[in-house]
Structure formats: structure tokens, C-alpha cells
Design a binder for this molecule. Structure first.
Ligand code: ARG
Length: 487
């Protein structure tokens, strides 16, 4: 038998460099569990359908399970010569059964010794790799969504403690109107809950069983696709053989979901970097999540936040790499598709690395409420409320805007806040101003007035927190209902 499992048609060996070049075992070895589980289900089906002898199917299943244990114990070695994980597993299995290393092959009958060679009946690596990747990503998506749930739960806890922690809200990075830290954190809770939704939605479309599509046009054996789907915990089987082996939408979709998630993480990370500067002074990272400088002894750098911001770039890169690979690819399978793996593995690894460290960094940072309050007091964050006060006293909004603008200009010149001016001084700008103005433009009043759904007032934010807690609970229920994938 030729060295290669497909060697029959070839009269000379693959060039060593070309062999290394096209081999994917370096990065697809991580699919060994899914590959073995898929083969166990496939072999069982072949035996049940009488496509291969039942005792060969049993020998394959036993040997695959033993092989899995050996791989996990580091007792099996993969080689580049066998190209990819699929052929490595098949080769090891075939050799082991032939060598009689497993109980069932001990019976010295040639058919049993050949059992391993029957595994690939009615299957192609094209449908096999699609199956393995779908199974792998289903698990990764559940993992990442679980990490997101932890992040949301940490944010909810933080927010609940800061519904009265006043800070400036910004537009154009200029102090704009007063909000609370809780309100700001809850903006991210909304984003992360949508990220989780998107991921589970994408998981649903990943949850389709492609085996039976063969190389591209189905198989000629009486396979039972539903049996394989049930055995592996898939709710559906693919409906077009060409699509099943060449579709990578589910990978692109996951990369998009992860990219959007990284956008959210990087925006928040950037804010934390800003907030931890001397200029802002809103927060201080815990020592455990900062590093020093090798030359400047005074430095405490928010490296973790910076690195999360930076790592978003590689996840976007992974998405673009695969979009570019897919664009213009004719149906059905092309070897280009092998490039999907490094991209998506890098993206899931990166996100799985970022989420827990980010969550811990948030949970441990120190929050300087006074600095936040001071910043809210200083930047005329109540100017809109002063204008609104004038409107409530009868001025048209445009006039109120103009009057307040002139007042702010005056205050800037004097180095004062609006509320520092006497009633007489304020009345110079508009006769409608009365004693009640001071209560109307206090930071606390500005916030309390914004009590509509989605607003920053304490009760509105408390309602948002309890609504989000309910959605988090529902997310956790969905996650707990995800069936563990069978071996
Ligand atoms: N290693 C290949 C991949 O990752 C498996 C499928 C190969 N199929 C083929 N006909 N060469 O896509």
C-alpha cells in the first residue's frame, strides 16, 4: 500500500516541501475529538445499515475510543505525511486494528484486520471536515457565550452599586450632560447581551449535519443521515450536497459576531485607558491588571485594556482573511477552504483570552467617584437643563438656547459655573429666572428629570438593571439547554 491514503493513482511521491505546504495537521490537530466522535457515529451507522459488516463497525468504534484515550494521554503521534487530522486518525486507526492492538482485532481473521480500511466508506474528507468544524465551533460558541454571561453579570453588579455615581456623559469627547456610572456601564450590558444573542443565533445555523454530502454529490450507499445527526446531537441535516461541503457562512458569521464583540470590548477598553489617565482620574486599575515601565519609575500602564483594544485588530483581520478566501470560489470544495481554520481558531482563541481577563479587570478596578462628580460639575453639563428651565418658564427653545449660550460664555470668562451666579446676575440674562432655578439645574435634578425608559435617572437605571438581569437569566437557561455533544 502506498504511504498516502489516496496514493493509488500516483506513480511518484509528493515533493517534501509541497507536502509540508499543503498539510494542515499543524493547526487542525485540535479537531481530533470531533473527528473521532464523527467517525464513531459514521461507523455505527455503516454497521447498522449493513454497508460494512457489523463486527467491523464494532471493531472500529472500540479502536476509535481507545485511540481517543491515547491521544489525550499523549500516547499517539500525528505526522505531516498524513496531511490532516482526518487522515491521521484514519491511518492510526487502520494501523492499530491491523496490528491487533485492540481486543476485537485480536481474532486472527483478515476481515477484522482490515476493518479500519472500511471506515471511509460513503464519506469524503469534504463532508467530514465540514462536520468536524461545525461540531468544534458549536462548543466554542457556547463557551464564549458563557464568558459573556459572566461579563454581563459583573457589569450588573457594578452598575447596581453606582446608580448614584454622577459623572459627565460625553459627545465629541466633550462633557455634555450628566449621567451616572451605572448608566454608562449599562450601555455595554445592552451591547454584550446583543452579542450573546447574535452568537446563539449563529450557533443555530451552525447546528446542521453535513455528512452524507460525500465529496460533493452525495453517496451511492443507503446511508442513514438522520441516525448520524441524532447520534451527534444535530437537530437537522444539510439539504444540498454542494452547499454542505462548500458553505462556510457559519464561519464567516461567527467571525462577524466576534468582530462586533471585539468592537464593543475595544471601545470600552479605550474608555478605561482614558479614564485611568491623570487627566481624567476616574478610575485606577488594580496593580494585578497593570504593568510598570522599564525606564520611568512613576508609570502604571493599563496594558491589559490596551492589549484588548489592540487584539480587536486581529479578529477583524481573521474575518477579512476568510471573506477574501471565499469571494469568487466556485462550487463545491476547493482546497482554499482549508484556510478557514487558522482564521477562525485565532479569532475564537483571542476572544476567549480577552473576555475573562477583561471581566476581572473591571471587577477589580478602583472607582474615584469624587473625580467623576467634579468633572460633571465643571463642564457646564447642566447648560441644557438651564435652557430647558427657561423653556418651562415660557421662552421658545431657540431663544433659550441663545440666552444660555451667552450665559455660558460669560461664566467661562469669569471662571464660574452657572449655579455660582447670584439670582440678580442670572436675571440679567433673562427676566424669567426665579429662585427655583438653583434646584432645577443641580446635577441631581438634571439626572432625576431624565427618568424616561432608557434614561439615566436612578429609577430608570434600576429598571434597566432588573430588565437586563432577567435577560441574563434567560441567556443562562438557553445555555444550560444546549445539549452536550455526544462522543
Ligand atoms: N484538510 C482539508 C481541509 O481542511 C480537509 C478536506 C480535504 N479535502 C480534499 N479533497 N483535499 O479543508
Amino acid at each position: 500500500m502506498s504511504e498516502k491514503l489516496w496514493g493509488g493513482r500516483f506513480s511518484s511521491a509528493t515533493d517534501a516541501r509541497a507536502n509540508d505546504f499543503q498539510s494542515s495537521i499543524r493547526f487542525d490537530a485540535r479537531l481530533y475529538r470531533q473527528d473521532i466522535a464523527g467517525s464513531v457515529a459514521h461507523a455505527s451507522m455503516l454497521g447498522r445499515q449493513g454497508i460494512i459488516p457489523a463486527n467491523d463497525a464494532a471493531a472500529i468504534v472500540t479502536a476509535l475510543k481507545a485511540l481517543l484515550a491515547d491521544i489525550e494521554d499523549g500516547k499517539a503521534e500525528f505526522s505531516v505525511d498524513a496531511e490532516d487530522i482526518h487522515m491521521n486518525i484514519e491511518k492510526l486507526l487502520t494501523e492499530r486494528i491491523a496490528a491487533g492492538t485492540t481486543a476485537s482485532a485480536a481474532a486472527a481473521d483478515t476481515s477484522a484486520a482490515d476493518a479500519g480500511k472500511r471506515l471511509h466508506t460513503a464519506r469524503s474528507r469534504n463532508d467530514q471536515v465540514a462536520l468536524d468544524l461545525r461540531m468544534y465551533l458549536k462548543d466554542e460558541i457556547a463557551e464564549i457565550t458563557g464568558q459573556l454571561a459572566e461579563l454581563v453579570s459583573t457589569l450588573l453588579r457594578l452598575a447596581a452599586g453606582h446608580t448614584a455615581t454622577i459623572m459627565p456623559g460625553y459627545t465629541h469627547l466633550q462633557r455634555a450632560q450628566p449621567i451616572t456610572l451605572a448608566h454608562h456601564l449599562m450601555a455595554y450590558v445592552e451591547m454584550y447581551l446583543r452579542d450573546a444573542d447574535r452568537l446563539l443565533d449563529c450557533r443555530g445555523r451552525t447546528d446542521v449535519m453535513p455528512l452524507g454530502a460525500g465529496a460533493l454529490a452525495g453517496v451511492t450507499y443507503p446511508v442513514d443521515r438522520q441516525f448520524v445527526a441524532d447520534a451527534l446531537g444535530f437537530p437537522a441535516v444539510s439539504q444540498n450536497s454542494l452547499d454542505a461541503v462548500s458553505d462556510r457562512d457559519f464561519v464567516l458569521e461567527l467571525l462577524s459576531c466576534l468582530s462586533i464583540l471585539m468592537v464593543h470590548l475595544s471601545r470600552s477598553a479605550e474608555e478605561l485607558v482614558l479614564w485611568s489617565t491623570l487627566e481624567f482620574g476616574f478610575i485606577e486599575m488594580d496593580d494585578a491588571y497593570s504593568t510598570g515601565s522599564s525606564i520611568m519609575p512613576q508609570k502604571k500602564n493599563p496594558d491589559v485594556a490596551e492589549l484588548i483594544r489592540g487584539k480587536s485588530g486581529r479578529v477583524f483581520g481573521d474575518l477579512f482573511a476568510l471573506l477574501t478566501v471565499m469571494k469568487g470560489l466556485p462550487l463545491a470544495y476547493n482546497k482554499d477552504l482549508q484556510e478557514d481554520k487558522e482564521a477562525v481558531f485565532d479569532a475564537v482563541d483571542t476572544v476567549r483570552l480577552c473576555l475573562p481577563v477583561y471581566t476581572q479587570m473591571l471587577a477589580t478596578m478602583k472607582i474615584h467617584k469624587e473625580a467623576m462628580y467634579l468633572a460633571a460639575q465643571k463642564g457646564f453639563a447642566n447648560a441644557t437643563d438651564f435652557a430647558d428651565y427657561l423653556v418651562k418658564k415660557g421662552l421658545p427653545f431657540r431663544d433659550a438656547h441663545e440666552v444660555t449660550g451667552r450665559l455660558v460664555l460669560h461664566c467661562i470668562g469669569e471662571g464660574l459655573a452657572i449655579e455660582d451666579l447670584s439670582l440678580a446676575a442670572l436675571r440679567e440674562f433673562s427676566g424669567v429666572v426665579g429662585e427655583d432655578v438653583y434646584d432645577a439645574i443641580s446635577l441631581e435634578a438634571c439626572l432625576a428629570a431624565r427618568n424616561g425608559v432608557g434614561g439615566p435617572a436612578k429609577e430608570a437605571v434600576e429598571a434597566a438593571i432588573s430588565g437586563a438581569a432577567g435577560r441574563l437569566e434567560a441567556l443562562r437557561v438557553s445555555l444550560s439547554q444546549i445539549k452536550p455533544q455526544k462522543e
